[in-house]
Design a binder for this molecule. Structure first.
Ligand SMILES: [Zn+2]
Length: 272
């Protein structure tokens, strides 16, 4: 069996489990970009995760066209929700993971994958929740509007490996993750405008704090302004997603579509 057969078989197996699949760029072990590289994880199809499918014919056609494509799975029901435990030079998500384990909210996961950075992808049954990030804890939650590279994908020559697969059907409730890792502050001085879900409130740039506190009669324009302010303040994409996820006017307007809306706004302000 060739390497291409192996990735096609994996893609078909995910689809057979009713997880929508999409093809991503083939591995490029000589990519000069380090950990921050987004290019190597990007989809090959025009509309990315929106193109994901369980159709065997479509998947076979993709792998005929791109035999070395990395298989990816669109997250959020019908696909799985995935907790992404990051490992980065500035820190990793394992201590947060242990806190969640101790709190008993990770039981019943369906699969465990070691990511190319040495982190973990923990698969749960899919839900309608949106994508979220807790940058301070090095955790990402990939749900509706996201995707994950799946085994046997490789990025920069490093593999995504299946460590464990179980018949688990549990879901992961992100509000419980927040409750464990970022419990609401009870300080009487905290402003009523500050979302209790906030994890970065202490070290936000003043311009971003002002944008969060400004009146927002037009919630769509307010979100776009906030994203632009964050980009100019030098915040990275996951931080911006985290801030937006705690911005009540945008949460109220967009709900589970917020992550996608922030991505659109990032594109409009020219951030990649
Ligand atoms: Zn790369």
């Amino acid at each position: 069996m060739t390497a291409a057969d192996v990735t096609l078989r994996a893609a078909l197996a995910y689809a057979a489990a009713d997880w929508p699949v999409l093809p991503c760029r083939p591995d490029n072990p000589r990519c000069p970009h380090a950990d921050k590289c987004r290019v190597c994880k990007s989809p090959l199809t025009e509309h990315g995760f929106h193109d994901a499918t369980t159709s065997e014919a479509a998947i076979r056609a993709w792998w005929e066209r791109w035999p070395d494509a990395n298989p990816a799975i669109a997250t959020g029901a019908a696909g799985p929700d995935v907790l992404d435990v990051d490992v980065k030079p500035e820190g990793n998500g394992f201590s947060a993971l242990n806190q969640l384990k101790r709190a008993g909210i990770l039981a019943g996961a369906a699969a465990l994958v070691r990511t190319r950075s040495g982190g973990l992808h923990i698969y749960f049954a899919g839900t309608d929740q949106g994508c979220h990030a807790l940058r301070r804890h090095h955790l990402d939650f990939k749900a509706r509007g996201g995707y994950v590279l799946a085994p046997p994908s490789a990025v920069h020559g490093k593999l995504y490996e299946l460590l464990d697969r179980r018949p688990g059907t549990a879901t992961l409730d992100w509000t419980k993750v927040i409750a464990v890792l970022d419990p609401p502050r009870t300080s009487p001085r905290s402003s009523p405008r500050t979302s209790p879900r906030w994890s970065l409130a202490g070290d936000l740039p003043p311009s971003v704090r002002r944008a969060l506190e400004a009146p927002a009669p037009d919630r769509s324009a307010a979100l776009h302004r906030l994203v632009g302010t964050c980009v100019r303040a030098g915040l990275d994409k996951s931080a911006i997603h985290e801030i937006a996820a705690g911005y009540e006017p945008a949460v109220a307007k967009y709900g589970s579509r917020l992550h996608a809306e922030v991505d659109r706004s990032l594109t409009r302000v020219g951030a990649t």
